[in-house]
Design a protein around this ligand. Structure first.
Ligand code: FAD
Length: 523
């Protein structure tokens, strides 16, 4: 998919927004003379005309069973209806319609949320942006990504049309809608930083204290909207409004070619000591080679520590740019003293590699937890990881701890410059387990909780910010986290996010189980 049907219409809308600052439905507010104002005349949508033509899916509709579910089969909503939107005007009208009917609004981009934040709506409306998948350059050369685009829409179009890349996630069915506002990262992040490091504006539909929906063009550095833009650089989805378009400036070009390596270590050849050697090798390598100037900055690796019942541990590594020729030295350093490893390598063009590495997998049930790591693994953590992965009272070959490399260019940006506060980590950890039968929920949920608590036993069962760990990733939300979740996700930035929330969503219209609480209000 390249450009969506609504792209032309929205290009005109975006230009209108640039001139005017925001548009609103239902009349209301003029925020400052000259630059900000209401969209007038023919541009101005009305709820009756814009919404009437939209696909609205009610429980009696054969599509409802599909459309009420997230990518994770654990998430099944029961909304009054699901509204698919195809451009910003329609989204604005859909929001106003729901507000007028006093229906709770839930936002869905790609539907890949790890928790029930984009399908968990009962009796309200899910506004589904999957009809808005346009990707294009605007007149000032900014790359525009509509709020319902998938990462594959973004990668393919930016590459084929403009030779540009967004350093986003590896799984290309993920939606840009939630991914970017959560501070998404991926295989180009050590080389080029995070998606949000290039984000200079968003079009976002907010609701003011008079229950009027307004489309705001929030720009970096703008005195009125700059903090709203900042909140979208890692504040997380479903918090401030509905992003209909993301704008990026100075995106890099992707590497022409990359080297890919897949390494496997059979569990049968690993004992506790050699498993520890593998983790130490990997962690120490990342701690030593995650400086922004490191020649290894073009290398990104995903170490997948599968449960023993899977039979093997695997590691996928992409080497690009300055690291293209350094793959053998990395593989040698990680594999030193670890028996049984075997590797296959190949050279691919960047887009081919991106397609090859797509790890979206099938729709299943899943549970996830996360941690940022500032150092290599301490011995107590290695022991706990080994214990959980070799606990054969639980057998699931789809249960794993994935250790992603991190750092380099990610850590060039100061912690307060974006809402992603963790800017000194060298690895990012993702605890995962997948299954299909609802009857297996309990066994999987309790295994992953025990696993996580045991690894962070020394810091209260969570990866608190300290010398070794630095909290959790909002794009991997976890409702089991204790009441300290705001500090784990956002560190000191939470206070500022609460101020932005109070300013731009004072009625807390956009909320879910771990959404930002407006300053001055109780959760
Ligand atoms: C298979 C898979 C692979 C992944 N790989 C990576 C990875 O490599 N790197 C990484 O950083 N993350 C990764 N993630 C996590 C992913 O970034 C988040 O789950 C992300 O929030 C998904 O966005 P979405 O639009 O698909 O999800 P949704 O479920 O639609 O939304 C997630 C949250 O964002 C909100 N939201 C969605 N769209 C908008 C919008 N337009 N405006 C405002 N709020 C919105 C929703 O309300 C919800 O709160 C992966 C997830 C999965 C399932």
């Amino acid at each position: 998919m390249t450009q969506a049907r609504g792209a032309d219409a929205d290009r005109g809308l975006a230009a209108g927004l640039e001139r005017r600052g925001f548009l609103s439905i239902g009349g209301g507010v003029l925020a400052g003379a000259g630059t900000l104002g209401l969209l007038q005349g023919a541009d101005r949508p009305t709820a009756s005309t814009a919404v009437r033509t939209l696909p609205r899916i009610y429980p009696s509709d054969p599509r409802y069973a599909t459309m009420r579910m997230g990518f994770n089969r654990r998430w099944v909503g029961s909304p009054a209806y699901i509204q698919v939107v195809r451009n910003a005007n329609q989204t604005l009208a859909a929001v106003q319609r729901a507000l007028d009917a006093r229906l709770r609004i839930t936002v869905r981009g790609g539907g890949h949320c790890y928790e029930n934040f984009s399908s968990g709506n009962h009796g309200g409306v899910i506004i589904d942006l999957s009809g808005m998948q346009g990707v294009y350059l605007d007149r000032s050369g900014r790359a525009v990504v509509e709020g319902g685009a998938t990462l594959w829409n973004v990668y393919e179009t930016l590459f084929k049309d403009y030779n540009l890349a967004l350093p986003g996630g590896s799984c290309y069915s993920v939606g840009a809608g939630g991914h970017i506002v959560g501070g998404g990262y991926g295989l180009l992040s050590r080389l080029h930083g995070l998606t949000v490091d290039y984000l200079t504006a968003v079009d976002v539909i907010c609701v003011d204290r008079h229950r009027t929906a307004r489309l705001i063009h929030a720009r970096k550095g703008d005195p009125q909207t700059g903090r709203l833009l900042w909140a979208h650089t890692g504040g997380g989805g479903g918090n401030f409004g509905i992003v209909t378009a993301y704008y990026f400036s100075r995106l890099p070009s992707p590497p022409v070619q990359v080297r890919l390596a897949t390494t496997a270590w059979p569990w049968s050849g690993l004992d506790a000591a050699s498993f520890a050697t593998l983790l130490r090798n990997y962690g120490r390598f990342m701690a030593a080679h995650s400086h922004p100037a490191s020649p290894y900055r073009g290398l990104f690796s995903l170490l997948k520590l599968f449960h023993q019942s899977a039979g093997q541990i695997t590691m996928i590594t992409q080497a690009a740019g300055p690291a293209f020729g350094l793959l053998p030295s990395f593989l040698a350093a990680v594999g030193r003293g670890v028996p049984g490893g075997s590797t296959t390598t190949e050279t691919l063009t960047w887009l081919q590699a991106t397609q090859t590495l797509n790890g979206s997998g099938p729709n299943q049930r899943g549970k996830y937890k996360s941690a940022y790591m500032k150092t290599s693994f301490p011995d107590d953590q290695i022991q706990a990881i080994h214990g959980a992965l070799t606990d054969l009272r639980f057998t699931n070959p789809q249960a794993l701890l994935q250790v992603d490399s991190y750092g380099c260019q990610v850590n060039v940006v100061p912690p307060s410059a974006t809402a992603v506060a963790q800017r000194s980590s060298v690895m990012k950890l993702q605890y995962q387990t997948y299954w299909t039968a609802p009857a297996d929920d309990d066994v999987n949920l309790s295994w992953i909780s025990r696993f996580y608590r045991s690894v962070y036993a020394a810091s209260g069962g969570v990866p608190a910010s300290n010398r070794v760990t630095d909290g959790c990733f909002i794009n991997y939300p976890d409702v089991d986290l204790p009441a300290s979740w705001p500090a784990l996700y956002y560190k000191a930035g939470y206070h500022e996010l609460q101020q932005v929330k109070a300013r731009w969503d004072p009625l807390n219209i956009f909320h879910h189980r771990q959404s930002i609480v407006p300053a001055g209000q109780r959760s």
